[in-house]
Design a protein around this ligand. Structure first.
Ligand code: PEP
Ligand code: MG
Length: 754
C-alpha cells in the first residue's frame, strides 16, 4: 500500500497542472482501492461551493457542473466534520443529495475524506461502490493518507490557477502566500519570471566522434560563462561594495574547480558529448549537497545548478533572455540565484520572490545589499502563471500577494504612501537624540554584517554598532579568511564609527549559517555545533579572529567583543581565556592592543536561568531575541510551515525578557537587545518599558524606533509593559501595541502584513 501511495504522490507532484493532477488522483485512487468510483470535489471559496473537479466512475460530463453549497450533501458533511464519513447505504442517509447528471444512484457504499492543507479545507476525496458495504479501517486509513499527502500538491496547483478550463476563476485569488522574510521593505510591481534558461534534466546521453573537439567546445562555453559572471559583477560594482561582490567569486571558483570542469572533461573523454557529461557531473554534485539537508548547503546546490544551466545554455548557443524588465520589476523564480538578480538593472528591480531559499540564500543577501524587499521560500508560489501579473512583496512579514484584490492593494498603497510621508518626518529624527517624551535617554545602535550596512547606518545616525555579524566574509570565501584579511575588514567597520562603540560578534556559523568549505552535516543543525561551541572546538580559527579584532582596534579604542550562543558558564570562561591569550601574544609581539569590554549574547533558554553568573563574568549582555524566540517556542525561524507560530511578542518571550533585564541590572551590567524585535516600534516600546539600556537593529529601523520612543513617555511604556505581561496571547499584545502607536498618531510606523 505504501509503495502505491508513494507512486501516486510522485506522479501527482510531476503532473502538468491541477487538471492533470486530479486525473491521476482519481484514476490511481480507484485502481488502488478497487472501487467503482473515485472523485475529487474542491472548495470554490468565492462561490462558497464544492465543485466536482475529477472523477472516474461518475458521468465525466458532470465535471465542473455539479456544485454543492458548503453544507450540502454527504460531501458537505465530510467537509463540515473534517473527518471521514463511511456509509454502507449512502442513498439512505438524510444528507444524501442526488444529482441526476452524475448517475450516482447506483452506488450504495460511500467513503469521503477531507483534503486539508494547513488547517484549510480544500475539498473532499470520495470513493463509492455499487455493492452495499462498509469500508474497513485499512481502506479508510489509506484514503486519508492519500488526501493528506496530496493536499500540498493540490494547494500548490490551486493557487497556480490550474483550475481554469474547468471554471474560470482561480479559487485562491488574492490570498496571502506565506514565505520567509528575506529582505525588509514593501513593493508593488510587475512579475518577471525567470526560468532555468536551459533544462539540464532534459539532456540525453549521446556519443561523440571527436572527444577532444567536444572538450574544446565545453571549455569555450565555460570561459564564456566566466566572462558573463565577471560582467554581472562589474555591472553591480557601483551598487554594492567590493566585499559583497565576493558572492560572484564563489561562482568563478566553481568554474575553476577541477571537480566540475575536470570531471566533465573526464566524462567527455570517456565518450559522452559535452551536455550529457555536464548533466551527469552537475546532478552528482547537486545530489551530494541536497542530501546534506542543511539549509545553507542546499543553497550551494542551487548555485551549482545555476552554473550548470549557464554552461548548457552556452553549449546550446542559446542567445539568452532578451526580455525588457518592466519599470517596477518583481523578479520571480523557482530558485533565484544572485546572478539572476544581478541581471536586472538595479533601478528597475523593486522586489524579489522565490519558491525556494531562505534569509541565508545568496539571492536574499544580495537583495538586502541592494535594499530591495525579498520573500523567500514561498512554497505555494505559482511561478508558471505569474509573468506580467501584479504582485505585492511584503519583506517585513514574509508574504506575497498575487493580483491582489482592491482592498489589499489599497492597504499596501497606503503603506507605501505612508512610508514616503514618513520618511520626511523620519529625516527630522536624524538630528535629535533618542529620548523618551519624559527625558529618558535610549541608545540606538545598528546591526551590520555587510559593508553596505555601514553606510546606511552612518546616514541615519546611530549611537554605534550593537551587533556586527562577522560571518559574511567567511561565507563568501573558499577558505577561512586569514588574520590580516580579517584585520582589514574589522578596521573598516570600527573606524567610521569611532569613538562610538562597535560590538563585533565572534563567528556564529552553524545552524542557518554554515560555511561552504566547512560542511557540518547534522540532523539538527540548530541544536548542534554552532556559534561558540564550534569556535571553542577550533581555537586556531577563534584565536585568529580575536587577534584580528584586537589589532583592528589599535589607535581607535571603540571595539567591544561579544560571544554568541552561550549556553553554559564554562563557555564564557574558556572564550575569555582565549581572548586573554590572544591579547598577551599580541602584547608580546609589541603591538599596542587594549583589552576591550566583552559581552555575551543571551539567546538560549539555559542562559536565562544563569544570567546572573553570566553577567558577573562580562561587561555587558545582549539578548538575541531571534534565536531566543525560536528556542523558547521550539519554532524554526527559517521554516515557512511554522512561520505563523514564530512570534517574539509571545507572552513567554516577554516574561523571559523582563526577568533577564532585571537580573542583569541587579549585577550592575548594561543589557541590550539585538534581535529583530528591537527594530519594531511596538517591541521597542515594551523593551524600553523594561528599562533596556540600548537597542540594536537594522539601519532601516532606527529612525522609526527613535520616533516612537520620542513620542511616548517611558512611564507609559512601563504601564504598557505591565499590561502586556498580563496577557495570554501574542495577538492580544500585538493589538495593544498597535492601538498605543495609533493613539500616539504614529499609525504609519506599525509595520504591515502582520
Ligand atoms: C539573534 O539570534 O537574535 C541574533 C541577533 O543573532 P542572529 O540573528 O545572527 O542569530
Ligand atoms: Mg542568534
Amino acid at each position: 500500500m505504501l509503495d502505491t501511495l508513494h507512486r501516486i504522490v510522485q506522479e501527482v507532484n510531476e503532473a502538468r497542472g491541477l487538471k492533470h493532477a486530479l486525473g491521476i488522483i482519481v484514476e490511481r485512487g480507484a485502481e488502488a482501492m478497487g472501487v467503482d468510483v473515485c472523485s475529487v470535489y474542491l472548495v470554490d471559496r468565492e462561490a462558497d461551493e464544492y465543485v466536482l473537479m475529477a472523477t472516474v466512475g461518475l458521468n465525466p460530463d458532470a465535471v465542473g457542473k455539479v456544485r454543492l453549497r458548503r453544507g450540502e450533501g454527504l460531501v458537505g458533511l465530510v467537509g463540515e466534520r473534517e473527518e471521514p464519513v463511511n456509509l454502507e447505504h449512502a442513498d439512505q442517509h438524510p444528507r444524501f443529495r442526488y444529482f441526476p447528471e452524475t448517475g450516482e444512484e447506483r452506488f450504495h457504499a460511500f467513503l469521503g475524506v477531507p483534503i486539508i492543507h494547513f488547517r484549510q479545507l480544500l475539498g473532499v476525496l470520495v470513493v463509492q461502490q455499487q455493492a452495499a458495504r462498509s469500508f474497513d479501517d485499512d481502506e479508510v486509513a489509506f484514503l486519508m493518507t492519500m488526501a493528506a499527502q496530496l493536499s500540498g500538491a493540490i494547494a500548490h496547483s490551486e493557487v497556480s490557477g490550474g483550475i481554469d478550463g474547468l471554471q474560470d476563476h482561480s479559487l485562491s485569488r488574492g490570498a496571502a502566500l506565506q514565505g520567509i522574510a528575506g529582505a525588509p521593505g514593501v513593493a508593488i510591481g510587475q512579475a518577471m519570471v525567470v526560468y532555468a534558461s536551459a533544462d539540464l534534466n532534459a539532456v540525453p546521453d549521446r556519443g561523440t566522434d571527436d572527444p577532444e573537439q567536444e572538450v574544446q567546445t565545453f571549455l569555450t562555453a565555460v570561459q564564456a560563462v566566466r566572462e558573463e559572471v565577471q560582467d554581472l559583477a562589474a555591472r553591480l560594482a557601483g551598487s554594492i561594495p567590493a566585499e559583497e561582490q565576493l558572492l560572484f567569486d564563489a561562482y568563478l571558483r566553481m568554474l575553476d574547480s577541477s571537480s566540475i570542469v575536470g570531471e566533465t572533461v573526464e566524462l567527455i573523454r570517456q565518450g559522452n558529448w559535452a551536455p550529457g557529461a555536464l548533466r551527469e557531473v552537475i546532478s552528482k554534485h547537486i545530489k551530494v549537497f541536497t542530501e546534506m539537508e542543511d539549509p545553507y548547503l542546499s543553497e550551494r546546490a542551487s548555485d551549482i545548478r545555476d552554473i550548470g544551466r549557464r554552461i548548457l545554455m552556452r553549449l546550446q548557443l542559446d542567445s539568452g533572455d532578451k526580455r525588457e524588465p518592466p519599470p517596477a520589476t518583481v523578479l520571480v523564480g523557482y530558485e533565484l540565484s544572485a546572478s539572476q538578480l544581478a541581471e536586472i538593472p538595479p533601478d528597475r528591480l523593486v522586489g524579489v520572490l522565490s519558491v525556494r531559499g531562505s534569509g541565508s540564500s545568496h539571492a536574499a543577501i544580495l537583495a538586502r545589499a541592494l535594499g530591495v524587499p525579498a520573500v523567500m521560500g514561498v512554497g505555494d508560489l505559482p511561478v508558471g502563471r505569474l509573468e506580467g501579473k501584479q504582485v505585492i512583496v511584503d519583506g517585513y512579514a514574509g508574504r506575497a500577494f498575487i493580483e491582489p484584490p482592491p482592498p489589499v492593494r489599497q492597504e499596501y498603497n497606503r503603506l507605501l504612501r505612508d512610508e514616503a510621508e514618513l520618511s520626511a518626518g523620519l529625516r527630522a529624527m536624524r538630528e535629535v537624540p533618542a529620548e523618551t517624551a519624559d527625558g529618558a535617554r535610549i541608545y540606538l545602535h545598528a546591526n551590520t554584517g555587510l559593508l553596505s550596512d555601514i553606510n546606511s547606518s552612518l546616514e541615519v545616525g546611530c549611537d554605534g554598532i550593537g551587533l556586527h555579524r562577522t560571518e559574511f566574509p567567511f561565507m563568501v570565501r573558499n577558505r577561512f579568511p586569514g588574520e590580516e584579511e580579517q584585520t582589514v575588514i574589522y578596521r573598516q567597520v570600527l573606524s567610521p564609527f569611532a569613538p562610538r562603540p562597535v560590538v563585533l560578534r565572534t563567528l556564529d556559523i552553524g545552524g542557518d549559517k554554515p560555511l561552504p568549505y566547512f560542511p557540518v552535516v547534522e540532523e539538527n543543525p540548530f541544536l548542534g555545533w554552532r556559534g561558540i561551541r564550534l569556535t571553542l572546538d577550533h581555537p586556531e580559527i577563534f584565536l585568529a579572529q580575536l587577534r584580528a579584532m584586537l589589532r583592528a582596534n589599535i589607535g581607535l579604542g571603540n571595539l567591544r567583543i561579544m560571544f554568541p550562543m552561550i549556553s553554559r558558564v564554562e563557555e564564557v570562561d574558556q572564550a575569555l581565556a582565549l581572548l586573554r591569550r590572544a591579547h598577551a601574544e599580541l602584547c608580546e609581539e609589541g603591538r599596542a592592543v587594549e583589552m576591550p569590554p566583552v559581552g555575551v549574547m543571551i539567546e538560549v533558554p539555559s542562559a536565562i536561568f544563569q544570567a546572573e553568573e553570566l553577567a558577573q563574568r562580562v561587561d555587558f549582555v545582549s539578548i538575541g531575541t531571534n534565536d531566543l524566540t525560536q528556542y523558547l517556542l521550539a519554532v524554526d525561524r527559517n521554516n515557512p510551515r511554522v512561520a505563523r507560530l514564530y512570534d517574539d511578542l509571545h507572552p513567554a518571550v516577554l516574561r523571559a525578557l523582563q526577568r533577564l533585564v532585571e537580573t542583569v541590572h541587579r549585577q550592575g551590567k548594561p543589557v541590550s537587545v539585538c534581535g529583530s524585535m528591537a527594530g519594531e516600534p511596538g517591541g521597542a516600546l515594551l523593551l524600553i518599558g523594561m528599562g533596556i539600556d540600548s537597542l540594536s537593529m537594522s539601519a532601516a529601523s532606527i529612525l522609526r524606533v527613535k520616533w516612537a520612543a520620542r513620542s511616548i513617555p517611558q512611564s507609559q511604556m512601563r504601564a504598557l509593559l505591565a499590561q502586556a505581561l498580563r496577557m495570554e496571547t501574542a495577538e492580544e499584545v500585538r493589538e495593544l501595541l498597535t492601538a498605543t502607536i495609533e493613539d500616539a498618531g504614529l499609525g504609519g510606523l506599525v509595520r504591515a502584513g502582520r
